[in-house]
Write a protein that binds this ligand. Structure first.
Ligand code: 6PG
Length: 231
């Protein structure tokens, strides 16, 4: 079931998302697995989680996995793993239960196959996603992904550099118990309106994310500016 919430600013989107993540973990039991996204809005969420929520979440029960990655070394400026490590994992010290990363020592295809194998037994409790103005989500880009791919992890091609990507597949994302979209900025307003008010379209990967569980869109006013007024 899809729904959206609109907030005044990107910071408020991040604050509300961080609070929702804390609630989701604290209202669960056992290992709680979160797939993390790249992107600017998620970065603010990670800073909040490592700061304000460092002591408010039972991090020992949390397993973090990389939802999508650029095929670059883990210390590369464009690496999502580097960003997540710097903003969230390292500041938490040893408190975090597990951070599953992609083995970038392998070649591109082997990377995806190895990560796919390691994720076979992992259930995704929460997947964080962003979306680009072109409708891409994770590293599933229009015309460069296979919506029917049944693997959990796939290679992807991005029209923007770094072009080689590794990503959770659409089918894997749709197994998640909950998906949280973090989308801000007026440049995405048309795509947000298309995705949230029209039928799913293969050429808009963001519209194909229809998990069995909840899918909540956290939007700022700019990204929501083309949406019809709430009923
Ligand atoms: C990535 C992300 C990508 C991102 C969108 C939105 O690796 O870049 O996974 O899918 O979420 O491009 O990014 P912004 O939130 O920065 O606009």
């Amino acid at each position: 079931m899809r729904s959206w919430q609109v907030y005044d600013s990107r910071l408020e989107v991040a604050e509300m998302a961080a609070a929702a993540i804390a609630d989701a973990v604290n209202n669960s039991s056992g290992v709680f697995t979160i797939a993390l996204s790249g992107g600017s809005t998620p970065e603010t969420v990670y800073e909040l989680l490592a700061g304000k929520y460092a002591k408010a979440i039972d991090w020992q029960r949390v397993r973090l996995v990389v939802g999508d990655e650029r095929y670059v070394p883990l210390d590369h400026p464009s690496s999502n793993t580097r960003m997540i490590n710097e903003l969230l994992v390292a500041p938490l010290g040893g408190a975090l239960g597990e951070f599953m990363t992609i083995d970038m020592e392998l070649d591109w295809d082997e990377c995806a196959d190895d990560y796919d194998q390691r994720l076979q037994s992992v259930e995704l409790d929460l997947v964080l996603l962003g979306m680009g103005a072109d409708g891409h989500t994770a590293s599933l880009f229009p015309s460069h992904y296979r919506p029917d791919d049944t693997r959990r992890v796939v290679t992807g091609y991005a029209p923007v550099s770094p072009h080689q990507r590794i990503s959770l597949s659409l089918s894997c994302i749709n197994t998640a118990k909950q998906v949280m979209y973090l989308v801000t900025g007026g440049d995405k307003a048309c795509m947000v309106c298309d995705v949230l008010t029209s039928e799913p379209r293969v050429d808009y990967p963001g519209s194909m994310v229809q998990p069995n569980g909840n899918c909540v869109w956290y939007l700022d006013r700019a990204a929501a500016s083309e949406l019809p007024p709430s009923p």
